[in-house]
Design a protein around this ligand. Sequence first.
Ligand code: GUN
Length: 292
Amino acid sequence: MKILDGKKVSNDIKNEIAAEVQKIKDRGEKVPHLAAVIVGNDGASLTYVGSKVRACERIGFESTLVKMPSTTSEIELLTKIEELNNNSNIDGFIVQLPLPPQIDTQKVLLAVDPDKDVDGFHPMNFGKMALDMSTFIPATPFGILELLERYEVDTKGKHTVVIGRSHIVGRPMSILMGRKGWPGNSTVTLTHSHTKNITQIISQADIVISALGVPGFLKAEMVKDDAVVIDVGITRVTDDSTEKGYKIVGDVDFDNVSKKASFITPVPGGVGPMTIAMLLKNTLLARERHRK
Ligand code: GUN
């Protein structure tokens, strides 16, 4: 069994990006600038956005964090997005999801300038991704592809089972794993809450990508020998023995599944840090595009 070490790989990627930033500085050009908008006070979302902004600082990007109260109206958020669209100093930005119920997420995603949409959630970019056109690929699926590539995991002709059909992870992941090329060329089954015989389908998977958010969902008896197991779950559970009072747990029963798997991602230290690294990569790409 091999660990797909997202912490290590994400550090490698961040070092590669930092080297690019140095070259940009040496040319006397403007460094990439990422902005992140967060609406409300959800603890987990604040932590994730904080990590994204800190990562920018560490690698030499400029960053802006826009914090808006949970009572923000849709029009106020759309006005802020328009401001970011028109700010030529900002190369890319994200609006952290989920949004409070008074705001229509689809309207928000449509309002982001596709050229600054480093999350890859705008329908224009999502469509380009599905059509194999060059675009911003959503950071979490992009990070999983990068892990598979750097560990030279064979995906061609394999049966990939994706668990969960969210717009952020499961849906794009299912498209990407079925695309031509590598990592891709997989036969993909996208499973969700209405899937019948889900355990039987999972047991046939060469590659399992679980993006469900149910701690310990994937048990050893559900996966076949030598399966590749990617755990996208990041659920906070109370744990008084930790400093913060909680710990992050994945969808996979790691101790037992790791005994059967050929490759497996840990939680934490697997997919999570890759998401941040790939968001930075998309921001660098946005900067390069804006130069042209
Ligand atoms: N919420 C959970 N993951 C993500 C992400 O990758 N981007 C944004 N904007 N919100 C998220």
